[in-house]
Design a protein around this ligand. Structure first.
Ligand code: PEP
Length: 251
């Protein structure tokens, strides 16, 4: 089964209004008919301006870095899913390791966010991955399995088929240390095995699983050539248009 290939850029808390427009324009101009779907994930303040840049491009979609778990109300400083929908967002990151660490987002909270996003017809990009001490203890496979179990495996098979997974080992995020293509493949294959066990081989084969963690032009081709790696979630290198465009061309 052919899976959707994706190159997603996570801008994190970078780029002001003008810089965001310039970055989106540079990527949009360079990308004509990409092999993969391109997803841009700017900060909230740039969502609507980036959407205006990409709105006529079928191959480029807009994502948000987070949404609140409640639909509306007295949650000062938060952003609701309906607000995101109103500015053109189709994908939402859920459970990025920085939000798990700095905002105490638990597997249980993330399960509720996944439910909300799917109920509104958007696509969650569910991030999972282990810290260095867990990798060194050799328990990384079980750790990620537990993240999937507690945040995703309550979903019906029909609902599960509508999400994207991003495996992002924490020790590789923003550190310049990339998981080897073999390490990424091992985890992705195992995630696919777990999905097959929970749902079906068909669903496992149809699920897009991205790798994230210091993806750069120099390593993207090797990572994306692995059979279970369907693209990347890219942080630092997505802020430089020439690097991100080269990554998009690595499929
Ligand atoms: C990320 O933010 O999801 C990420 C993978 O960052 P970086 O590419 O900078 O490691």
């Amino acid at each position: 089964m052919s899976r959707q290939l994706i190159a997603a850029g996570n801008w994190k808390m970078n780029k002001n209004y003008e810089e965001g427009i310039a970055l989106a324009q540079a990527i949009s101009n360079a990308v004509q008919e990409p092999e993969a779907l391109v997803i841009l994930t700017p900060p909230f303040t740039s969502l609507s301006s980036v959407f205006e840049v990409i709105r006529d491009k079928k191959s480029i979609k807009l994502a948000a870095q987070n949404c609140h778990v409640e639909k509306k109300g007295a949650f000062t400083g938060e952003v609701s899913i309906d607000m995101l929908i109103s500015v053109g967002v189709e994908y939402i990151l859920v459970g990025h390791s920085e939000r798990r660490a700095y905002n105490q987002e638990s597997n249980e909270l993330l399960a509720r966010k996944v439910d909300l996003i799917l109920s509104k017809g958007l696509t969650p990009i569910f991030c999972c991955g282990e810290a260095l001490d867990i990798r060194e203890a050799g328990t990384h496979i079980d750790f990620v399995a537990n993240q999937l179990q507690e945040s995703l495996f309550h979903l019906s098979e029909e609902a599960f088929r509508r999400l994207v997974i991003a495996y992002e080992p924490i020790w590789a995020i923003g550190t310049g240390v990339t998981a080897s293509p073999e390490q990424a493949q091992e985890m992705h294959q195992n995630i696919r095995r777990l999905i097959a066990k929970q749902y079906s081989v068909d669903t496992a084969e149809g699920t897009t699983i991205l790798y994230g963690g210091s993806v750069k032009p120099a390593n993207a081709r090797d990572l994306f050539s692995k059979p279970d790696v369907d693209g990347g979630l890219v942080g630092g290198a997505s802020l430089k248009p020439e690097d991100f465009v080269e990554i998009i061309r690595s499929f």
